[in-house]
Design a protein around this ligand. Structure first.
Ligand SMILES: *[C@@H]1O[C@H](CO)[C@@H](O)[C@H](O)[C@H]1NC(C)=O
Ligand SMILES: *[C@@H]1O[C@H](CO)[C@@H](O)[C@H](O)[C@H]1NC(C)=O
Ligand SMILES: *[C@@H]1O[C@H](CO)[C@@H](O)[C@H](O)[C@H]1NC(C)=O
Ligand SMILES: *[C@@H]1O[C@H](CO)[C@@H](O)[C@H](O)[C@H]1NC(C)=O
Ligand SMILES: *[C@@H]1O[C@H](CO)[C@@H](O)[C@H](O)[C@H]1NC(C)=O
Ligand SMILES: *[C@@H]1O[C@H](CO)[C@@H](O)[C@H](O)[C@H]1NC(C)=O
Ligand SMILES: *[C@@H]1O[C@H](CO)[C@@H](O)[C@H](O)[C@H]1NC(C)=O
Ligand SMILES: *[C@@H]1O[C@H](CO)[C@@H](O)[C@H](O)[C@H]1NC(C)=O
Ligand SMILES: *[C@@H]1O[C@H](CO)[C@@H](O)[C@H](O)[C@H]1NC(C)=O
Ligand SMILES: *[C@@H]1O[C@H](CO)[C@@H](O)[C@H](O)[C@H]1NC(C)=O
Ligand SMILES: *[C@@H]1O[C@H](CO)[C@@H](O)[C@H](O)[C@H]1NC(C)=O
Ligand SMILES: *[C@@H]1O[C@H](CO)[C@@H](O)[C@H](O)[C@H]1NC(C)=O
Length: 655
């Protein structure tokens, strides 16, 4: 994400919230509502589940006969390759339906797909990427995912894009975008509507900031003191077991209370358990990927030299030519050396806690925790922050510690961390590449088209201006430093051009002309956050959102993806279909339909630049206008009595 801590108002809000909460707001804990996380493991196998051996604490045990090893990044993992065989096939039917609905005149999408159904690799390979930017990005990306999801009410109506998620192979998230991707996949490949639906006990209760902890949930009601105490004890237990901890452990635990629909934020839920989740194992869902950057304490990151790590359900590692290796995610707490686990080493599991993975990708938001300390707040919050700050010091504020480094002694000749027992990771956006494109432009993955949702706060008013695409493009050109290592990215202009030509206020395609680059690149469908029905440019560090604002940002995101359900441009749906098909048509030597040629004329960046300095602040006007509550509200928004009352109590205390 892009760091903007300028806003004193958001700080004041944080302090007011924290002060009021810690002053007086204590709800007694109802212990009997607590679920025992060890219970019913077998019953939960159709979702990500608490399969860590000892809650939040990683724990060693016997290895199976084939001991885990580190592999080179030359190819996809066998796991991913065999999963893809199922997934590519499973996208055929949804893609046929989607392209049919998108109504590409003069093109028989159904026959095209059917004719190539036996050779899925001829068909489009679609990915979705959702940027960082805190809750703004989580919710804006959430609106786009909702628009792409055929399970959502009305999403398959004319002008909508439902089915794109079902047609996609990968969905990647970074920082705030990792909260989105994690929320969906950890909670049983759920829908955005379900995450929002207060009827069924909404997961996304952002009315309560992480300084308060959840006011209510399905499982528990308890006080802020107990909330912090739980977090403190859980992280302490990990430390007592001999693992390095960092502020990110606390941040990840706190985040889990907001994002994981399980008692105590699901301390035993692991990211690797997603591979066993029914929908994923059957390849009925895309593959979720989140990313983070490697950074030693105090080191500066620049786009052209960062090592980018990914967490997919099977593995943790990097394609970058330095370390160039992957570890089985389930075992990353084990003491690997030289790519193997010595006979006397145990197989450690439970390191890949879901909150820790999301917290790592968003470690810049450790700031949320740290900023509480900047004034004299009484009570538990301050004690808590003092304790953790005392333990870590400020230099390491944003670091997530992945000791033991799984890549110790691995690829000694090229890896800059091969001689280090520790591996430290930070927020995936710290190298300015705030959209998680890196895993999706790997040549091994053969992605054709990436829907890139950008809710970065690049401008002073927290709107995107293309900074992230520019960073990814620059990195792809770094053949001298060899970091590009086979990745290719289409040309994009400078950020002044983005603003001057309005490329940051409407969807734009990059890389339409695939012969303009030496090697083929994915086509990028850039979907920048812009005010369709809500001024969604909220501060990155706004810590809490009432239900109405939360829903408005999601709705705006839905409109960003659909261009106001086609009301801003009624060719948009068709043109999305053309973008999806473009590379596939080339592969199969199929003539481009005329209607698609028009689309490309209209939506492709044609190479024009206007690099005149943008002087005045960028303040885009509404595209549609403030939400008329009676219109097409996409968000089911019931408000049960209990939640309603608590929200009112909180609101009164803040005012
Ligand atoms: C997960 O979702 C599937 C499909 O909606 C459902 O059948 C299953 O019961 C869910 N599992 C859990 C544990 O909620
Ligand atoms: C992933 O691959 C490993 C090693 O080949 C295998 O043991 C495991 O069963 C695979 N997992 C899945 C979910 O396919
Ligand atoms: C391909 O997907 C279809 C459903 O779309 C399914 O019926 C068929 O069994 C799948 N084939 C393979 C080889 O997985
Ligand atoms: C990246 O470049 C910065 C600035 O030149 C430097 O401080 C840093 O050490 C470099 N990092 C790596 C991993 O090469
Ligand atoms: C990527 O990096 C690896 C490891 O350094 C190297 O073996 C491989 O040849 C590189 N690939 C390309 C396409 O440059
Ligand atoms: C937080 O408070 C402690 C104790 O008052 C102090 O030592 C520390 O420097 C403070 N940290 C920040 C970031 O203000
Ligand atoms: C790689 O480095 C490790 C740690 O220094 C060392 O133990 C190992 O022997 C080296 N491996 C090779 C193949 O040089
Ligand atoms: C775009 O955002 C970057 C990052 O905040 C900033 O440095 C740059 O000046 C901005 N450019 C424009 C034209 O807004
Ligand atoms: C470039 O953009 C600036 C600012 O939007 C505008 O005033 C100027 O006319 C543009 N120049 C050209 C050649 O279009
Ligand atoms: C595509 O790019 C190539 C190489 O730059 C160029 O020769 C060709 O005219 C371009 N095609 C179109 C349709 O712009
Ligand atoms: C084509 O490639 C050139 C050279 O990389 C680049 O400057 C230009 O902007 C590209 N044109 C388009 C339309 O992408
Ligand atoms: C679905 O569309 C109908 C008809 O336009 C509308 O009445 C309803 O509110 C919509 N539902 C949602 C959840 O958007």
């Amino acid at each position: 994400m892009y760091l903007k801590i300028s806003s004193s108002s958001s700080l004041t809000l944080i302090l007011m919230l924290a002060a009021s909460v810690y002053g007086s707001f204590h709800v007694p804990r109802v212990a009997s509502l607590e679920a025992d996380s060890a219970v019913a493991l077998a019953d939960l196998q159709d979702r990500a589940f608490p399969n860590a051996p000892d809650g939040y604490t990683p724990k060693g045990g016997n290895c199976s006969s084939t001991r885990p090893t580190i592999r080179s990044a030359d190819t996809l993992s066998n796991n991913e390759t065999s999963w893809l065989e199922k997934r590519r096939n499973n996208t055929v039917a949804p893609m046929r339906e989607l392209l049919g609905r998108l109504n590409i005149n003069g093109f028989d999408a159904a026959s095209y797909i059917s004719n190539h159904a036996n050779n899925a690799s001829a068909l489009p390979n679609i990915a979705i990427a959702s940027s960082g930017g805190g809750y703004r990005a989580c919710l804006t990306g959430g609106g786009a995912i909702q628009a792409f999801d055929s399970r959502e009410v009305n999403a398959t109506n004319t002008g909508h894009l439902g089915g794109l998620l079902q047609s996609a192979t990968y969905v990647a998230g970074l920082s705030g975008g990792s909260w989105l991707v994690g929320s969906i996949f950890i909670n049983n490949y759920t829908t955005i509507s379900d995450l929002l639906d207060t009827n069924s006990g909404s997961v996304w209760e952002f009315g309560n900031s992480i300084f308060e902890g959840p006011a209510t949930s399905k499982f528990q009601i308890f006080s802020s003191a107990e909330y912090f105490d739980n977090i403190y004890k859980e992280v302490g237990a990990k430390a007592d077991a001999g693992f390095n901890t960092s502020i990110t452990d606390y941040w990840g635990r706190a985040l889990s209370y907001q994002l994981v629909n399980a008692s105590d934020g699901g301390p035993a839920y692991t990211w690797s358990s997603i591979q066993l989740q029914d929908s994923f194992a059957k390849a009925d869902s895309p593959m979720p990927i989140v990313i983070a950057d490697a950074r030693a304490p105090g080191e500066l990151l620049i786009p052209s030299n960062t090592t980018i790590y990914e967490f997919n359900p099977f593995e943790f590692g990097t394609w970058d030519p330095t370390t160039y290796g992957f570890a089985p995610l389930e075992y990353i707490g084990s003491n690997f050396s030289g790519g193997v686990l010595a006979e006397n080493e145990q197989c450690v599991r439970g390191f890949d806690n879901v909150g820790y993975v999301m917290g790592t990708s968003s470690s810049l938001f450790n700031q949320f925790l740290l900023r509480v300390n900047t004034t004299s707040i009484p009570g538990v919050a301050k004690t808590f922050v003092e304790k953790i700050l005392g333990a870590f010091g400020q230099d390491n504020n944003d670091i997530a510690d992945y000791t033991p480094n799984p890549f110790y002694g691995y690829h000694n000749a090229t890896s800059n961390i091969a001689q280090s027992r520790t591996l430290t990771l930070v927020d995936g956006g710290e190298d300015l590449e705030n959209i998680p494109l890196h895993p999706l432009i790997q040549p091994n993955r053969h992605v054709d088209v990436i829907f890139a949702i950008d809710a970065s706060a690049d401008t002073n008013n927290y709107w995107p201006n293309g900074t992230s695409l520019v960073a990814t493009y620059q990195r792809s050109l770094d053949s001298g430093g060899h970091l590009a290592n086979g990745t290719n990215f289409p040309a994009v202009p400078d950020t002044n051009t983005f603003v001057n030509l309005g490329l940051n206020t409407r969807p734009t395609f990059f890389g339409c002309n695939s012969t303009n680059t030496t090697n083929i690149t994915p086509l990028i469908v850039y979907l920048p956050n812009a005010p369709y029905v809500y001024q969604s440019n909220v501060s990155t560090f706004q810590p809490s959102y009432n239900t109405s604002e939360r829903n408005d940002i999601v709705l705006n995101g839905y409109n960003v993806a659909t261009m106001g359900n086609g009301s801003i441009d009624n060719t948009w749906g068709t043109c999305v279909g053309c973008a999806i098909l473009s590379r596939s048509l080339e592969r199969t030597n199929t003539p481009v339909p005329d209607v698609c040629k028009q689309c490309f004329q209209h939506f492709c960046w044609d190479g024009t630049v206007n690099s005149t300095n943008v002087s005045a602040g960028y303040e885009p006007p509404y595209k549609i206008g403030p939400i008329n509550k009676s219109d097409a509200i996409r968000v089911r928004n019931a408000f049960p009595v209990l939640t309603g009352c608590l929200a009112i109590v909180v609101a009164l205390m803040v005012l």
